[in-house]
Design a protein around this ligand. Structure first.
Ligand SMILES: Cc1cc2nc3c(=O)[nH]c(=O)nc-3n(C[C@H](O)[C@H](O)[C@H](O)COP(=O)(O)OP(=O)(O)OC[C@H]3O[C@@H](n4cnc5c(N)ncnc54)[C@H](O)[C@@H]3O)c2cc1C
Ligand code: FES
Ligand code: FES
Length: 1371
């Protein structure tokens, strides 16, 4: 009877339990039946596929880029409080937002209701280029403002946010275009403590203006009245009234509200795969988890025990579901416990803000415990002697130390981590010590990004109880705990042998060196870990850093602080801090706006910038899916050379949603298996019987959703066979050995300059056979490759492609389908970042969609996931260079003989263009005579292609490496060697012939002198010298580097049409990829049409102009968008059209003036022209003449500081002067200069694009591939745009800016080399036998942290201590 009642109660409860999720997006109510939801659906999937809110972008799906950031607001009905924080929607599960409110960038404001001040300021600070990252940036900024102003609304029109906080607001978001400086300025413009003078070039204020005047002009930020409502009233009411909970048994998603309910649930689910979900951010790392089919998802965040926080004299206990952000907040509140503050500071470097906001401490610990995740949290908490409470099905609740817990076998899926406790621990008084024992606690981490968002190479946390002993004359270690993690080991590791050794000892140099010896045997990364020696050396560094200041020799000073009791531990004689001063970002720009052809020459805002910021700008994947749309995913080879014997699914089970796999066999009978068509040869779309490289596309899987397509593609297995095949060619050496080369057509071959034999004969010194090598670089456009193909009537195909080369895409598709070109139409509106990667590499993507669409007669689209994009698209050309150089004793070079081996990969792509690019940029110096030979090698790796400044960046750097080598050889200052080898105008003409232009156009010598004036270069060199003399572990370097960059103008079409209401439509075939093409073109159209002079100002005309998408059937013979000159060429094409229109309109105007006797307005004029049936559409084609090639000049001076112990580089300052001629739009050009420089910085300092031994790319995610972030750009970043004189053969005297400034980033690398040299010199003074360290070294590119440390000496600490000991003995 009793049982029956219970059952009935349950039935009743089930009837009244919740059946749906309710939440809000941008104030709109959404209710979803739980039974209809796949609980593995992410929020980004839902937003992009099921709502109109497409401002949310997908950049990585890993929590690593910030493109998908939205604001999540949670209402607490008891406290009547709303919490607002950013989250990554790519990791958040849709079901977990039940009862929450989501705000996206278009929810903050948009073109219909008005943009938000954040959007308008981003636009006014010229902080958007391709715009793909911008909605995420906007939300991050908005969230920072909202939270800063929540507790006490600001009064002044500024926010309570400080400038320092503003800088951090976007530090977790990636942007590949802008170089971040303008984004930070836009955010800082809200800060209450901002110095208006510090804000960079923008359209609101000018230097020297009064703060109130500027405030009046800045788009209004009035927190009180314009606050976006992040939590709608209806949802509050529903939450207050809704006491129903989900019935755990009924749906695949459940949210138990107590531990017992959870246990019941888990027990009932025997044999069923259950996933406990907290923040779900672990799926960013363990991506396979996203694809695993769980029968049940259990959200554990509503269980009070798991979200509890307790803080008392025993310590701080945090429930496992406390988020990392919340934990930081709690620990910060414990002001009196410095150790907790240190833990909080370290935790701020875990991931990024939007991951920390949902990622929980329990989730992190479980990742480490179960899967050996390289966690920071476990390392620091083991050192803090944390304990954990767990609940297992077998033993109930148990408590362990975290250290014990980590060593146990992985916790089973039905057990639960309940909480973590950091105990309060105070040192005991020790007998025999003259002073109380002091507790020391410190944490460390070394990672490519100082502010986080990068896993550490090694992290560490040490605690020690020490006391001062007069008897022993030093500091005694009474007890210590030394924990290391993330270095390629199973879990956080205590160096127990070292702990035992140190305990009871007086810290001295001798003791330390012995401890280091023991440590090196203990901290050994597992086999296969990258940079193992570097990681071990970091362990030594951190140990030294911790104990260094306690050594016997320092005991007297140390005693002082032990007495004081609370002083921070210092470093090395308590004087030298290891960190550079935390300088805020600052910048200065000198820009001249040219009025001569206004509005051309003005720094006007980018066309559509607000639309980009709000996220309304439509990219290919934002186009709503047509009915019946299918989705594709590429299947690629993982073998370099093998027969493809079969393609099948794992376990021979066809995964959900799969509709077919398209291979070369599906090419129509009149079509060809071509994936690229254009530059030199066409290339296969799909591998046929043999795959020729890892990463080659084998097939295109088609499914009913992108998610299903991606999951299924991962489940494909290819049967390979290598029988009867030769060994693949995977290195340049193998290519040379097998003479595997591509032919370079004669006009593209390199040419010698002067007589090399004579030049070598004249030399007083020679360096022979020196070597330089370069790796690759990935584009890292934020929008990956994407296309949508829609079959049309009569065997036609309309394809939307994110491409820099729509016409080539068009030809490829026609060829592949075997249809006439007029059957194909390719439409491209804008591209979310290209950098060369959307030229050739966009073609197979569009072709595959078109082929699948043609076969299935349904629309097919793909949005290539980041991993596949990284593996299949190639990237920059790796190369190896061997050179011999002859020179005089004063450093004047007389001859240079170079051979370059270029790794082109499998096919030619654009590789035959590379030799000229390399040579052109190399010839920035007068080499006397030059012999230059490039072998374009064919290897079994993915074809390399154009990446911004292809070849030029390496060529320019080769020049610097040679100059540095000569300087080292002669022991002459490298700056002098640079100067003496700069071209005269005569030598420039000799090397560059026709491209050199007139003498007055050669501005490089002027820039060389000007940079000194602009940056105080020579003065600062002395300061750097002084710094290096007085600092042991921080060394600085400063370097100025010139760049010469040749560009070619290409023909391009344009059309300008005036509609009956006077509005103007401009069509060009150049593509807006973020470079500001549309903006310049609009300015040119306004200028061109303004010449009619009809009383309408050019600014008014500007507002009437719209540039529209490129359409290959509307405008033919479009060229490629690339090579930096598309903006100029397209502008010129448009100017010619405007001339034509003006010519037609002039007689109309004259007649009107005669008739009316008064001024004629634009609208009148156009009405009249329409009445007279005048053709108001003019198309043209710009054709460059023989002077279409010219040289660009720029110069940069960079100053860096390296940390000799960790290899970390801080770029203290960069100054650039770049000659833009008469800039068409200095705001756009400034953005190009800064953005290109920062991308170059990535190449020279950070980005390693690595392959395995089969040639398969292994750095295939945001976890492993690190582009620059806000915290890795120059702290001070100054740019002057030189407004050089008339360049009569250029478009309104303008010059290019898209690629050349990238070369200037070499200045950072050169400055690092100078700093490393100082570190090496220092080692030489410690190392009496002078072995193993020379000053004549080649610093590899990129100079990552491990590289810098290696060249400073992995054993620099040991060398130093040995030297110190020896010194003392000698005294
Ligand atoms: C981009 C990015 C960068 C990162 N960088 C760092 C870094 O530099 N350093 C670092 O230390 N970490 C880093 N992390 C890891 C991050 O801290 C974790 O992803 C996060 O803390 C996991 O918490 P979660 O709530 O999202 O866990 P979830 O993803 O929800 O869960 C993780 C796993 O633990 C299980 N689980 C969760 N809670 C419990 C529980 N209470 N009991 C039993 N099982 C449970 C889940 O079932 C799942 O298997 C990074 C993460 C991302 C996405
Ligand atoms: S797409 Fe979510 S963080 Fe990159
Ligand atoms: S504008 Fe930021 S990625 Fe393009």
């Amino acid at each position: 009877m009793g049982e029956k009642v219970i059952e009935e109660d349950k039935e009743e409860a089930m009837k009244s339990s919740k059946t749906s999720l309710v939440f809000a997006i941008n104030g709109q109510r959404f209710e979803l039946e739980l039974s209809s939801i796949d609980p593995s659906t992410t929020l980004v999937d839902f937003l992009r596929n099921k709502t109109p809110f497409k401002s949310v972008k997908l950049g990585c799906g890993e929590g690593g880029c910030g493109a998908c950031v939205v604001l999540l607001s949670k209402y607490d009905p008891l406290l009547e409080k709303v919490d607002d924080f950013t989250i990554s929607s790519c990791l958040t599960l849709l079901c977990s937002i039940d009862g929450c409110s989501i705000t996206t960038s278009d929810g903050l404001g948009n073109s219909r209701v008005g943009f938000h001040a954040v959007h308008e300021r981003i636009a006014g600070f010229h902080a958007t280029q391709c715009g793909f990252c911008t909605p995420g940036m906007s939300v991050s900024m908005f969230s920072a403002l909202l939270n800063a102003d929540k507790s006490h609304p600001p009064s002044s029109g500024f926010s309570n946010l400080t400038a320092a906080e503003a800088e951090k607001a976007v530090s977790g978001n990636l942007c590949r275009c802008t170089g971040y400086r303008p984004l930070v300025d836009a955010c800082k413009s809200f800060a209450s403590d901002v110095d208006i003078e510090d804000l960079g070039y923008n359209s609101f204020c000018k230097k020297g203006e009064n703060r109130d005047v500027v405030l009046g002009r800045l788009p209004c930020y009035d927190h009180a009245s314009s606050q976006v409502c992040t939590f709608p009233e209806f949802l509050k009411n529903e939450i207050k009234n809704d006491i129903m909970s989900l019935d755990s048994r009924k749906y695949r998603w459940s949210s138990p509200v107590s531990v017992s309910e959870l246990q019941e649930l888990l027990e009932a689910e025997n044999g069923v795969s259950v996933k406990l979900v907290a923040g779900n951010t672990s799926t960013g790392y363990y991506k396979e988890e996203k694809e695993r089919k769980y029968e049940r998802f259990v959200d554990i965040r509503r269980i009070p025990e798991l979200t509890m926080v307790r803080s008392d004299e025993k310590g701080v206990e945090l429930g496992a579901c406390v988020t990392i952000s919340k934990a930081i907040e709690v620990l910060r509140e414990e002001e009196n416990v410095p150790m907790l503050a240190k833990i909080a500071t370290h935790m701020e470097k875990i991931a990024n803000r939007f991951v920390r906001n949902t990622g929980t401490i329990g989730g992190n610990v479980m990742m480490a415990q179960r899967k050996q995740f390289p966690s920071d949290l476990t390392t620091i908490l083991v050192a803090a002697r944390a304990t954990v409470k767990i609940m297992t099905s077998s033993s109930g609740q148990e408590q362990f130390t975290l250290e014990e817990f980590l060593q146990q076998p992985p916790l089973d899926a039905k057990s639960l981590l309940l909480s973590l406790e950091i105990p309060s621990w105070r040192p005991a008084k020790k007998n025999g010590s003259s002073l109380d024992t002091i507790l020391l606690f410190e944490t460390y981490r070394a990672a490519p990004r100082p502010r986080g968002n990068a896993l550490a190479f090694l992290n560490a946390a040490f605690s020690a109880e020490v006391s001062s002993s007069e008897a022993l004359d030093g500091i005694v270690v009474n007890d210590c705990q030394l924990v290391f993690g993330a270095y390629g080991t199973k879990h956080a590791h205590r160096a127990k042998k070292v702990e035992d050794f140190l305990t009871g000892k007086v810290i001295s140099d001798e003791v330390l060196i012995e401890a280091i010896g023991l440590l090196k045997d203990e901290i050994v990364p597992d086999k296969g870990t990258s940079n193992p020696e570097y990681r071990s050396s970091l362990a030594v560094t951190f140990l030294f850093e911790f104990f260094g200041s306690l050594t016997q020799t320092n005991a007297k000073t140390t005693n002082g602080w032990l007495n004081g009791g609370c002083k921070e531990i210092g470093f090395d004689q308590n004087v030298e801090s290891l960190k550079p001063e935390e300088a805020m970002l600052s910048s200065a720009q000198q820009i001249v706006e040219n009025q001569e052809h206004s509005p051309v020459g003005k720094g006007i805002k980018k066309a559509g910038a607000c639309l980009q910021a709000s996220g309304e700008a439509v990219y290919v994947d934002d186009i709503p899916a047509p009915e019946n749309c299918l989705y594709g995913a590429f299947i690629y080879s993982t073998m370099p050379l093998a027969w493809i014997k079969g393609i099948r699914f794992k376990q021979n089970r066809v995964p959900e949603g799969v509709l077919g796999i398209i291979t070369y066999r599906d090419i129509p009978k009149d079509g060809k298996n071509i994936g690229t068509n254009g530059f030199f040869t066409s290339d296969l779309l799909f591998a046929e019987e043999i795959t020729h490289c890892a990463g080659q596309i084998i097939a295109f899987l088609v499914a009913d959703s992108q998610k299903h397509a991606d999951i299924a593609a991962n489940l494909v297995e290819i049967d390979y066979d290598t029988k009867d095949l030769e060994q693949p060619i995977l290195t340049l050496e193998e290519a040379v050995e097998k003479s595997s080369f591509f032919e370079v057509p004669p006009p593209l071959r390199c040419y010698p300059v002067g007589d090399i034999t004579k030049g070598m004969d004249e030399a007083e010194h020679k360096i022979l056979g020196s070597k330089i090598s370069f790796g690759s670089q990935y584009f890292f456009y934020m929008e990956t490759q994407t296309a949508l193909a829609v079959p049309d009537e009569d065997n036609c195909m309309v394809v939307y492609s994110s491409s820099q080369t729509p016409e080539f895409v068009h030809q490829t598709i026609a060829g592949c389908l075997g249809v006439p070109e007029h059957n194909v139409r390719v439409i491209t509106r804008r591209v979310g970042g290209g950098f060369g990667g959307k030229a050739v590499k966009s073609m197979p993507v569009a072709a595959a969609c078109a082929l699948a669409a043609s076969k299935m007669q349904r629309p097919v689209r793909t949005y290539v996931n980041r991993k596949t994009d990284m593996i299949t698209t190639g990237g920059r050309h790796p190369m190896k260079v061997t050179y011999s150089v002859g020179f005089k004793s004063n450093g004047k070079i007389t001859a240079l003989d170079i051979e370059v081996l270029l790794d082109a990969g499998l096919t030619e792509d654009i590789s035959p263009l590379m030799p000229k690019g390399i040579q052109g940029a190399l010839m920035k110096y007068d080499w006397g005579a030059l012999s230059f030979n490039v072998k374009v090698c064919k290897t079994n790796t993915v074809s390399r292609t154009a990446v911004r400044a292809p070849g030029d960046v390496q060529g320019s750097y080769i020049g610097e490496a040679i100059i540095e080598k000569v300087a080292s050889y002669l022991s002459i200052d490298v700056d002098e060697i640079r100067k003496i080898n700069l071209h005269t105008y005569e030598s420039l003409r000799l090397f560059h012939s026709g491209k050199a232009g007139e003498c007055s156009e050669y501005t490089l010598p002027l820039l060389w002198d000007k940079i000194d004036e602009f940056s105080g270069f020579n003065q600062r060199r002395k300061v750097v010298e002084d710094f290096n003399a007085s600092n042991k572990w921080r060394k600085r370097g400063i370097s100025r580097v010139p760049a010469v960059y040749a560009v070619n103008m290409r023909s391009t079409p344009g059309r300008v049409s005036v509609l009956s209401d006077g509005s103007i439509v401009v069509e060009i075939q150049g593509i807006e990829i973020g470079q500001g093409l549309w903006t310049k073109v609009k300015q040119m159209a306004a200028y061109g049409l303004g010449l009619i002079q009809c009383g309408t100002t050019s600014d008014e005309l500007l507002k009437k102009i719209r540039v529209i998408q490129s359409d290959t059937l509307s405008m033919v013979q479009g060229s490629i968008t690339g090579g930096s000159t598309t903006s100029e060429a397209s502008s010129e094409a448009v100017r010619i059209c405007c001339d034509g229109l003006v010519e037609r309109l002039l007689p109309v105007k004259t007649a009107l003036v005669e008739q009316t006797g008064g001024p004629v307005t634009w609208d009148n004029l156009i009405s009249q022209a329409y009445r007279q049936s005048i053709n108001m559409s003019v198309s043209s084609k710009y054709m460059p003449d023989s002077t279409g090639q010219y040289l660009n000049y720029g110069i940069a001076a960079s100053e860096v500081e390296i940390n000799v112990l960790t290899g970390e580089t801080t770029i203290l300052r960069t100054d650039i002067i770049y000659d833009c001629g008469k800039s068409l739009n200095p705001a756009v050009d400034l953005g190009q200069i800064e953005g290109a420089f920062v991308q170059g910085l990535g190449f020279f300092m950070l980005e390693e694009f690595l392959m395995n031994s089969d040639g398969l790319v292994v750095t295939d995610s945001t976890w492993t591939y690190k582009i620059p972030t806000v915290d890795t750009i120059p702290r001070q970043f100054n740019v002057e745009i030189l407004n050089s004189g008339q360049h009569k053969n250029r478009v309104l005297s303008s010059k290019a800016s898209g690629e050349p400034p990238l070369l200037l980033a070499a200045s950072v690398h050169c400055a690092v080399r100078a700093a490393v040299k100082e570190a090496r010199k220092q080692i030489l003074t410690w190392n009496s036998n002078q072995q193993g360290t020379d000053l004549y070294f080649e610093l590899p590119v990129p100079a990552t942290m491990p590289v810098v440390k290696e060249f400073c000496g992995l054993d620099v600490v040991e060398k130093y201590l040995e030297w110190k000991i020896k010194q003392r003995k000698n005294v």
